[in-house]
Design a protein around this ligand. Structure first.
Ligand code: ADP
Length: 499
């Protein structure tokens, strides 16, 4: 859309001024494995208030709960060619509408009938080649041509490439593309012949400026980043970090080259879902005015639910996380016995590497009544921890944005975080001189530095409760909503669609 047309539509009270298609591999409440799912849900809703019309395009995974499958309405189907041989595949479109956002699910049993939703890269590469190409074909089929196609992570990274090749002279080829990096660790790397075969992309794209990373391998994220009209990542600090060899996951050179079209916009959280005053999953909902009386009721309920001693005097540390190296769990593991001083309890919720799952199971059996580890994925326990814990651990090795510290703050649970990525941008360190800040932070990735931060938190919790409670109130009042960031995305969309 030209700038003039966009401006004309903006003055029209009934026509939204920007049309945006979101393309990504997961979206709460349909399918969620991590923060990407939260963003795919919350950002489109926030964009509605920025005068955008948003469609979210997702795979129709078989693992989606029946109650959501029942919401879907058949919108049409067609055959699409994929692969070097031009094999044809069925593309079905199943649609749902929720609170003003349209969700189009791409149906194909061959690709999406198994997995949770990810399986292994060997199968995931064909799955997301199909998904990326089908997303554009669906937009053409529906005749809904967006100004912006906003793609998320490596699974949707081929969209900008298809847009400028197979779809360049089709209606959707008019759109501009934005590719957001939620986590650079996962890139969609495989052998060149495997990606060549499945993507069907032309040979000349399998060179170093685009998909190729070495003599044998191609990288979907790398190609997408080169072709996208703009790249965003989910915090300003991570946008800088990924241009360094420590955080660039092998793409730092590529990202430095493309840095003129790279910016960081911090994530928010959906403050309607994450609202301690209305949260139906809580024992006792609370807000800034009554947290002193009510938060303790949630703490007791959490202790009971998790099989811990019910003791108001203990400090409860919470952890809700994927249990992987990224999350700094080796630091926690190293200092665990030193955290356990008789006055501290630890509650853990998460799944992931067996090394960490087993470590937390072990601590649970070693410190009966003081440590509880639920090795599972469970939304309701997560809410109970955010509300019932006193402090919340996020000592990540790297953290593009991180949502759990935002949720913890919103629920008045004080974060203890490492100063990296979005953690650095969202948690201001406690300053005892000025009585400011939102949590306890440490800089270097060292176990003793985490222990020091935990001990600083304990000191304030046990010896200066008044200041602790002031920090709780400050955190609950902090703006962690999507409002400001959605406005920044809308500005970016305007800039791009005006070009
Ligand atoms: P990442 O996307 O790297 O996993 P984020 O902090 O961005 O981390 O987002 C994590 C999201 O997943 C949060 O909403 C968190 O509450 C949720 N989550 C993580 N593990 C679990 C779990 N085991 N059970 C319930 N929710 C979880």
């Amino acid at each position: 859309m030209s700038q003039n047309t966009a401006a004309a539509l903006c003055n029209d009270p009934v026509t939204p001024c920007r049309k945006v298609a979101f393309v990504g591999s997961e979206c709460y409440p349909f399918v969620k494995t991590g923060g990407l799912g939260d963003v795919m849900y919350a950002l489109p809703r926030a964009l509605l208030k920025e005068d955008c019309e948003v469609r979210v395009i997702l795979p129709l995974y078989n693992c989606m709960a029946d109650k959501y499958k029942k919401m879907l309405e058949y919108k049409g189907s067609f055959m699409m060619d994929l692969t070097l041989e031009g094999r044809t595949f069925y593309v079905g479109i199943m649609e749902a509408e929720m609170d003003g956002v349209t969700y189009d699910f791409i149906d194909n049993k061959e690709f999406f009938d198994w997995g949770n939703p990810y399986t292994g890269l060997w199968e995931d590469i064909p799955k997301y080649c199909f998904f990326s190409k089908a997303s554009l074909a669906v937009l053409n089929y529906l005749g809904w041509i967006p100004d912006i196609i906003h793609c998320h992570d490596w699974q949707a990274a081929l969209v900008p490439m298809y847009l400028r090749t197979h779809f360049a002279i089709t209606p959707v080829g008019e759109a501009k593309s934005v590719l957001t990096i939620h986590n650079l660790r996962f890139q969609g790397i495989c052998s060149i012949p495997h990606l060549k075969y499945w993507s069907g992309l032309p040979d000349h794209l399998f060179h170093y400026p685009w998909l190729k990373i070495n003599d044998d391998e191609a990288n979907m994220f790398k190609g997408g980043l080169a072709f996208a009209d703009w790249i965003t990542t989910v915090s300003a600090t991570y946008a800088q970090e990924i241009q360094t060899s420590d955080f660039g996951e092998g793409l730092d050179n590529h990202l430095r080259y493309h840095s003129p079209k790279l910016s960081g916009i911090v994530n928010g959280i959906d403050v309607d879902i994450w609202n301690s005053a209305t949260d139906k999953l809580l024992e006792a909902p609370y807000d800034e005015s009554d947290f002193l009386e009510k938060k303790i009721l949630n703490k007791r309920a959490l202790q009971q639910k998790m099989g811990l001693e019910q003791d108001d005097g203990k400090m409860v540390l919470g952890l809700v996380s994927r249990l992987t190296d990224q999350k700094g769990l080796d630091l926690i593991d190293t200092i665990f016995t030193r955290i356990m001083d008789g006055n501290t309890q630890v509650v853990v919720l998460g799944t992931g590497d067996s090394r960490y799952e087993n470590a937390f199971r072990y601590y649970e059996s070693k410190y009966k009544g003081l440590v509880s580890a639920k090795i599972t994925y469970n939304e309701s326990i997560a809410h109970a921890i955010y509300a019932g814990a006193d402090a919340f651990l996020v000592p990540s090795l790297f953290e593009p944005c991180g949502l759990t510290q935002l949720i913890a703050m919103r629920y008045g649970t004080i974060p203890i975080v490492r100063e990296t990525g979005g953690l650095k941008d969202t948690v201001l360190p406690y300053n005892p001189e000025e009585n400011t800040g939102n949590g306890f932070t440490f800089c270097l990735y060292r176990p003793d530095d985490l222990l020091d931060a935990v001990n600083r938190a304990k000191t304030v919790f046990f010896t200066d409760r008044w200041r602790w409670d002031e920090m709780v109130r400050r955190d609950m009042q902090k703006d962690v909503s999507w409002e400001k960031s959605a406005a920044q995305y809308a500005d970016l969309y305007d800039r791009l669609s005006g070009e």
